[in-house]
Design a protein around this ligand. Structure first.
Ligand code: C5P
Length: 278
């Protein structure tokens, strides 16, 4: 273990570069931290060692048994963007953080991961193949081209349910009256993958604003999927933490408030446990 320096002694970036010279992921060497927080010199800032329990969780994840070894996992993440004209569109507040965390947890579990991602500000976790898409139709094509080869499909993306029927090839000018926007339904990507004969094990997400439990269990059955992770929209969109309730044929499993990567690892462990039962 290498202790992080206090900020006055060296900036985190320099330190990471220094450590990185002595080892890299290809040789099984990872760097944990430094992170932000208080320091002995009271200056604070970047350069604090991770908490021991965080180090323990990271090491356990790195050295533990690989629950999804040799499995191909296809994941969607982030928002979709449906153009109204050349500069405007319909989208939502999904940051992609939950889907990217699930991708990282799946890689840690030994899976071969493809992440079909709407526009986000995030970097793909190391070892993940990322396919960038914009609209729900793009996402639908990218997913359907890969779904049959996948063992597991985890649909985390906040897919826009509707798209403008007639996106204009120029910027719409302001007029005096109301502007009507006609919307057509987008394909239900998860529903289609779940209906594939010999398709992958499907996991859905549901962001609800109310009545989480009743809505989520109904949604799992309607979509015909074995596992659904439900969360409250206001607790997850844009946040680094979340709380999930998993619904499967055995009932309900609560995963209490935690960083998204912690929940993602718990979700991946749950999926891995369900796989042999298929
Ligand atoms: O019905 P609802 O949109 O809440 O379902 C959410 C789940 O369905 C998520 O897993 C989401 O990724 C997926 N979905 C989809 N295609 C859509 C809408 C939602 O795959 N058009």
């Amino acid at each position: 273990m290498h202790r992080a320096p206090q900020p006055a002694l060296g900036r985190a970036g320099d330190e990471r570069g220094d450590v990185a010279e002595r080892g890299d992921a290809a040789h099984g060497v990872g760097i944990l931290g430094p992170t932000e927080g208080d320091h002995a010199d009271r200056e604070g800032g970047m350069g604090r060692m991770l908490e021991p329990q965080e180090i323990f969780a990271e090491v356990a994840a790195a050295l533990g048994p690989k629950a999804l070894s040799k499995k191909k996992v296809l994941i969607t993440a982030g928002p979709t963007y449906e153009p109204i004209d050349t500069v405007r569109g319909v989208t939502n507040q999904s940051s992609g953080k939950m889907g990217y965390a699930v991708a990282q947890a799946a890689v840690e579990a030994g899976a071969q991961v493809t992440l079909v991602s709407g526009a986000t500000a995030l970097a793909a976790p190391p070892g993940v193949e990322r396919v960038d898409v914009t609209t729900a139709s793009d996402m639908h094509k990218a997913v359907m081209a890969r779904a049959k080869q996948a063992d597991v499909f985890i649909s985390v993306a906040a897919v826009a349910d509707y798209r403008p029927v007639d996106p204009k090839p120029h910027k719409i000018k302001r007029g005096n009256g109301n502007l009507k926007l006609e919307l057509a339904p987008n394909p239900d990507i998860l529903g289609e993958v779940a209906a594939l004969p010999k398709g992958p094990f499907c996991v859905g997400f549901a962001a609800e604003t109310e009545d989480l439990k009743a809505n989520a269990q109904a949604k799992r059955k309607k979509k015909g999927i074995p596992l659904l992770a439900a969360n409250l929209a206001h607790e997850t969109f844009g946040k680094d933490t979340n709380a999930l309730t998993l619904f499967d044929e055995d009932g309900m499993h609560e995963l209490p408030l935690a960083p998204k990567i912690v929940l993602a690892r718990q979700l991946v462990a749950h999926i891995a446990k369900m796989l042999p039962r298929r």
